[in-house]
Design a protein around this ligand. Structure first.
Ligand code: TPP
Length: 533
């Protein structure tokens, strides 16, 4: 039997070890979905392409592969642009595949025709059409391109006509694309230079960012702990160090307590940007304060600060550990910042709502350290980003480079499918929840089990606080409440509402123990967030 282009593409995806593709179909991708099925690749049917792409990227990264998302042409491809943009800025390996109008169609055929490759190209490392003559190489090249650090997005189109054509003799192979790398310097020399700078510093602060691979966590922790170095992280690498350890200073990059974190950064007399990527930073301190950059690849958009020689992170940490005793002892130079940070979790309780700090404390007590936490974007993201005590690598997921709402539930689906034995918690606002709560039905159907906490304040609270901060008239930031509990129940998920921290902790523990999904509506007052920002 002749092999079709769709069959060859599906086999290439399966041969790369990919067992799930996330998407939403159109008639133009039916043949590819069928070939994926035959090749043993499950199609995770979702209710919006954006959610499919977000789930795919988390799934892929947790499995150590590229995530793969599939959508139809035109509207499906337009919807898929959001997670592609997210993976581009948050540096997650993602292969996006969509249909496209066959190139041989008459020029006058403009129905659903968008210049997809041109639209996707600025945010993708690799963009190609799958054709009968390149399918044998183009899929694996696209997968390789997005898995090269810094991770990126590849985008392939396949027309419904090409999908059913037999393979043709290979033409000239599509180019393989590698990101440009400046050669790394000598790790021993770089370690010596860093030692010398640390020896001269009274208040050094290591800021670990998105550019550090989580596989380095144990070596990184050994260096930081052996030398008792104060450390801060950005949200995308929460868990790479133990945030309950005594040398942990806090989370920098626009979360709660950001003013305090900016003060700490200014108080440091040596800032070591270890894999720090300014894509996560919503202020300009990364360009204004001197930073000793320790980067092993360019940052988002291919940027590397001028005059910075890349390092190999693993080799540098090894060289530091082998370089002997710490160059100096530091006696908790950020202790007052650490105390002030934790004090922000304390606050008054109001009747009928839960103080945000109590939500964190109740959940942190109820859930084991290996719990994977995902968030949406809003005030609750600032809360969890700063105060959720991450202890294990790869257990915290938020959209931060792009900072797009409605990430949490999709990310939880991807995480739960990738790590079925691990507890997963999605913390979302009621605004974001109403953008994609329907994916709770997807989760139930595909066996993704997780607990969702919906912080209910009847508003886009982060933007409402910004409106107040700018002394603008209160205008159009509140919405009528949708009943979270009934919405969850209509998707087949148990749900309850509580403003009692103990009841929250008990309900979450019970659901996790039974491996059942649960949605908990937690009323909060938007003004309480202001005390923590
Ligand atoms: C897709 C998208 N649209 C708009 C925004 C701007 N935005 C950031 S936070 C926010 C409010 C989110 O409200 P909600 O989900 O209820 O969370 P809360 O701030 O109340 O915790 C908005 C509108 C965004 N980041 N992403």
């Amino acid at each position: 039997m002749t092999t079709t282009v769709a069959a060859a593409a599906a086999r290439a995806i399966a041969a790369a070890g990919i067992d799930r593709v996330f998407g939403l179909p159109g008639g133009e991708v039916l043949v590819l979905i069928d070939e994926l099925r035959k090749a043993g690749v499950d199609f995770v049917l979702m209710r919006h392409e954006a959610n499919a792409g977000l789930a795919a990227a988390v799934y892929g990264k947790l499995k150590g592969q590229a995530g793969v998302a599939l959508a139809t042409l035109g509207p499906g491809a337009a919807n898929l642009l959001l997670p592609v943009s997210n993976a581009y800025l948050d540096q997650e390996p993602l292969l996006a595949i969509t249909a496209q109008i066959p190139s041989e169609f008459p020029k006058a055929h403009t129905h659903q025709l968008l210049p997809l490759q041109e639209i996707y190209r600025p945010v993708c490392r690799y963009v190609e059409a799958i054709t009968p003559s390149n399918v044998e190489t183009v899929v694996s090249r696209a997968l390789d391109a997005c898995r090269e650090r810094p991770f990126a997005v590849s985008y392939l189109t396949l027309s419904a006509r090409d999908a059913v054509r037999p393979l043709a003799a290979p033409g000239s192979p599509p180019p393989s694309i590698q990101p440009e790398h400046r050669p790394a310097g000598d790790p021993r020399q770089q370690a010596e230079a860093l030692r010398a700078r640390l020896a001269a510093a009274d208040r050094p602060l290591v800021v670990v960012g998105l550019g550090v691979d989580s596989s380095l966590a144990s070596r990184l922790r050994r260096w930081l702990d052996d030398w008792n170095l104060p450390v801060a992280v950005t949200p995308k690498v929460k868990g790479i160090v133990d945030e309950t350890a005594s040398n942990f200073v806090g989370v920098v990059s626009g979360m709660a307590a950001d003013g305090l974190m900016c003060e700490a950064l200014e108080a440091a007399d040596l800032r070591i940007g270890f894999g720090l990527d300014p894509v996560e930073v919503d202020k300009t301190w990364h360009a204004e304060l001197p930073i000793h950059w320790v980067l092993d690849a360019p940052n988002a958009a291919g940027l590397l600060p001028p005059d910075v020689t890349p390092v190999n992170h693993a080799a540098l940490i090894d060289a530091l550990l082998e370089s002997g005793a710490p160059p100096r002892r530091w006696a908790a130079p950020f202790a007052s910042f650490q105390q002030r940070r934790l004090a922000l979790l304390e606050g008054p309780s109001r009747p009928g709502v839960m103080w945000p700090g109590d939500i964190i404390r109740a959940l942190a007590t109820a859930l084991p350290a290996e719990t994977i936490v995902t968030t949406d974007v809003g005030s609750h993201k600032y809360l969890f980003g700063q105060f959720w005590p991450s202890r294990v690598p790869d257990t915290f997921w938020m959209s931060n480079g792009l900072s797009g709402m409605a990430y949490g539930i999709s990310a939880a689906i991807g995480a739960s499918l990738a790590r079925p034995g691990q507890p997963v918690l999605a913390a979302v606002g009621d605004g974001g929840f109403s953008m994609n709560a329907q994916e709770l039905e997807t989760a139930e159907r595909v066996g993704a089990r997780f607990v969702t906490i919906v912080l209910e304040d009847g508003s886009y609270s982060l933007i409402k606080l910004a409106q107040e901060g700018r002394k603008l008239e209160p205008y159009r930031m509140d919405f009528n409440r949708i009943d979270t509990v009934r919405m969850a129940e209509s998707c087949g998920v148990e749900a309850l509402r509580t403003s009692d921290p103990r009841q929250l902790a008990d309900a979450v523990s019970r659901a996790m123990a039974k491996r059942r999904s649960l949605v908990v509506g937690v009323p909060v007052h938007y003004e309480d967030y202001r005390r923590m920002f």
